[in-house]
Design a binder for this molecule. Structure first.
Ligand code: SF4
Length: 382
């Protein structure tokens, strides 16, 4: 693997926990200082890494709750300790309600060139349901401030499938987002993650989730609406204004490209080995203080697992699975192994076999069934 790698930094703080979220974060920000110290030390321990990087991503949690000087420290140390190319993509996730025009100008000054804004919805009732701390107006202000601060690469995150949401209401959210001409849009379906308060409320019948057929319709609407507006869909949930505005960093996750992750709960993926840091800020700080890496789980993927990974992640992208790469890396003949499956799925209109590039991708219809199609390939082989 000689591709350029990515660096992910997990900021584990949020103002308030959203009831649907299962990302690791805490609301007690009194540990910010100790966390930053530990994070820099973690980077120092790994620092002589031979890889070259062309993306740095600050995610979370809510990175924009950090003191701007601490964000500066992270970026500065990342550049000092790793081979990060000059023209790298440097992204920070920000949430409306935690941002000011000054913070945004500061981010530009320290070299952040891409902003991902957690808008989720332009309708206050939806934001209330999602337990967000901000209003639709806060979101609009954040986008305007970001443009004013000079950001020319802005991504907006939206959520669909919120109880009570109609197709019309979802289109209105998409329309409002497109009016701001963001370079990137991520549209995620609301999911009920095990153990989250929202999932408990659903199980107790406190609200009625959107019916599956409507969620499917909303997904189709998203693809139709955004491609009509000129956006390029390059992954199930991700759309870019043009091919140069795809998220370089996130593409690494779906292309089985190496990345290093820092901070509690962050994952790293190098040479088909996956590492996961512990999901607890205090533990994380203590590990580092004692001179130990905070890795809690290490997994070395065997041949079957590598194939599963490459199939599942590849099918998420509209470019699909790179068959030549699978054949080369795993020493197999993908088209021969799955000849029957490919023929059938192609005939039924679920997948497209893109011949000149030798790729296998889901059709729009197939995208609705990503999980079941991926597992058909996998179960056939194992
Ligand atoms: S702000 Fe984001 S990371 Fe924080 S709790 Fe809400 S969804 Fe999760």
């Amino acid at each position: 693997m000689n591709k350029l790698a990515g660096i992910y930094v997990h900021i584990p703080f949020c103002i308030k926990k959203c009831p649907y979220c299962d990302f690791y974060s805490i609301t007690d920000q009194s540990l910010e200082h100790l966390f930053i110290e530990a994070l820099i030390k973690e980077m120092q321990i790994i620092s002589r890494h031979p890889l070259f990087f062309d993306s740095l991503y600050l995610g979370g949690g809510t990175p924009s709750v950090l003191k701007p000087a601490n964000i500066g420290k992270i970026i500065e140390n990342a550049y000092r300790l790793f081979n990060i190319l000059t023209a790298s993509e440097v992204t920070i996730e920000v949430n409306p309600g935690t941002i000011t025009p000054e913070k945004l100008k500061g981010y530009r000054d320290i070299g952040i060139n891409r902003l991902n804004i957690g808008v989720q919805s332009f309708q206050d009732a939806n934001l209330d349901f999602l337990g967000r701390i901000h209003s639709s107006n806060d979101a609009k202000k954040t986008i305007k401030w970001a443009r004013k601060a000079g950001f020319d690469n802005i991504g907006i995150d939206l959520i669909y499938g919120i109880p009570g949401q109609t197709k019309k209401a979802w289109i209105s959210d998409l329309q409002k987002a497109v009016e701001f001409e963001p370079e990137h849009l991520s549209c995620y379906m609301l999911t009920y993650e095990k153990g989250t308060p929202l999932d408990r409320d659903r199980q107790q019948g406190k609200f009625k989730p959107v019916a599956d057929f409507l969620t499917g319709k909303l997904f189709e609407t998203t693809m139709e609406y955004l491609t009509n507006c000129g956006y390029v869909q390059y992954e199930i949930s991700n759309f870019a204004k043009d091919v140069h505005r795809k998220s370089r960093h996130n593409l690494k996750y779906w292309s089985v490209t190496p990345y290093l992750g820092f901070g509690p709960s962050a994952h790293s993926f190098i040479e088909f080995q996956r590492y996961r840091n512990c999901r607890n800020v205090k533990k994380y700080i203590n590990h580092i203080k004692e001179g130990r890496l905070p890795v809690e789980e290490k997994e070395i993927l065997n041949r079957e697992q590598r194939m599963m990974e490459m199939i599942y992640l590849g099918l998420r992208k509209t470019d699909g699975i790179n068959i030549n790469a699978i054949d080369e890396q795993l020493g197999i003949n993908f088209c021969q192994i799955f000849a029957e499956k490919i023929k059938q799925l192609e005939k039924d209109g679920y997948i497209l076999h893109i011949q000149p590039k030798n790729r296998c991708a889901l059709s729009r219809k197939g995208m609705l069934f990503l999980d079941s199609i991926a597992s058909m390939f996998i179960s056939e082989h194992i």
